[in-house]
Design a protein around this ligand. Structure first.
Ligand code: PLP
Length: 347
């Protein structure tokens, strides 16, 4: 006998990348290698006892207004979450069955579908991880999740593909464009949002803003969609410290952009160096590369790197065994990784 719902007993649960402690080179969970804007810690030092004594603003009024201004939409079109994970939870709570996403992608969409006890349909990506537009539309999701840029592949849908998806799903389901990595990409999907009323864009401060520990995400969507999500929101989902620090982070977009430029430059040189060592590297729009070592043995390379204290992400899934997802680190960290790659390939 079990105390739990059948679907909970059946599911595995999300397994986060490991957070090893100590002196390791951590290139496994796509954190930003550079620190957040200095204003964020200054804001932290101004936190008062009184502000902690009170409940936070449940609606994050100031913060949503500020973010709305930055992305150029009305404040009713922004909702704040305790990380974008929290917004994925709300969406999964309010939408029905099935939940649809391409494969491979961020596994948390599936985790949430399983918790809700709804069907999850994954549509395999095409050649070089292209977006399976027709398959996604034909699956008829009550909600379709598309990470753009995608993890773990680093690939992006084109604006045309996103428009086709949004129109194809209109009247039947929502399209969630998860832009966790948008700060490292050439374009965003705000134009797509303008043209369709069934689209939600998710953003986060975890990657581009170097604030994975803060837990702060945004949903940008039509007010009717956000009103429905709001029904499924925990009452005080974002603490007052989070709200204050996020305000400070948004005050210094130049800091975020400068870090993103460094990461993008490092990404391109890391990809080029790996290719020189015979690796197959997928073109990336994100702060990581998805790449396969010369012998196609991702697992062995993963172990070899770990022995040198370098953590990257290996996915033991059919079709992904030859690949590793490597977060772009500092120049020194990338150099350490390349030393191993060069040693192995004898270059
Ligand atoms: C990292 C990541 C997230 C999680 O963002 P948080 O704001 O830290 O919850 C969401 N989606 C994708 C695709 C990610 O890679």
């Amino acid at each position: 006998m079990s105390y739990f719902k059948e679907n909970i007993d059946r599911m595995d649960g999300y397994v986060p990348g490991s957070q090893p402690i100590g002196d390791v080179i951590k290139l496994n969970t796509n954190e930003n290698p550079y620190p957040p804007a200095p204003g964020v810690l200054e804001a932290f030092s101004r936190v008062t006892a009184e502000s902690l004594q009170r409940y936070p603003d449940p609606c994050c009024t100031e913060l949503s207004a500020k973010y709305a201004e930055i992305v150029g939409v009305d404040p009713e079109r922004v909702m704040v979450g305790n990380g974008s994970d929290n917004l994925i939870v709300m969406i999964s709570r309010i939408c029905g069955s099935p939940v649809v996403a391409p494969s491979p992608t961020f596994p948390y969409y599936q985790t949430q579908a399983e918790i809700e006890g709804v069907d999850y349909i994954e549509i395999p990506m095409g050649e070089r991880f292209s977006v399976p537009v027709d398959g996604l539309i034909n699956a008829g999701g009550a909600v379709t999740f598309l990470a753009c840029p995608n993890s773990p592949t680093g690939t992006s849908a084109t604006e045309e593909e996103l428009d086709t998806l949004a129109s194809g799903l209109a009247g039947k389901g929502l399209l969630v464009i998860d832009e966790a990595y948008v700060d490292f990409a050439e374009r965003d999907s705000l134009g797509v949002l303008d043209r369709h009323d069934n689209v939600i864009i998710l953003r986060t401060l975890s990657k581009g803003f170097s604030l994975a520990g803060l837990r702060l995400g945004f949903a940008v969507a039509a007010p009717e969609i956000l009103k429905a999500m709001d029904k499924a929101r925990e009452i005080y989902n974002v603490g007052s410290i989070q709200q204050k620090l996020a305000m400070a982070a948004l005050d210094d977009l130049e800091h975020k952009d400068e870090n993103a430029r460094r990461v993008i430059a490092s990404r391109e040189s890391l990809a080029a160096s790996l290719r020189k060592c015979g690796w197959d590297v997928i073109d990336s729009d994100a702060n990581f590369v998805f790449a396969s070592p010369p012998d196609g043995n991702g697992s062995a390379m993963h172990e070899q790197l770990k022995e040198k204290g370098i953590y990257v992400r290996y996915f033991n899934h059919p079709g992904l065994e030859s690949f590793l997802r490597i977060t772009v680190g500092t120049e020194d960290q990338n150099r350490a990784l390349l030393d191993v790659a060069e040693m192995v390939s004898g270059t």
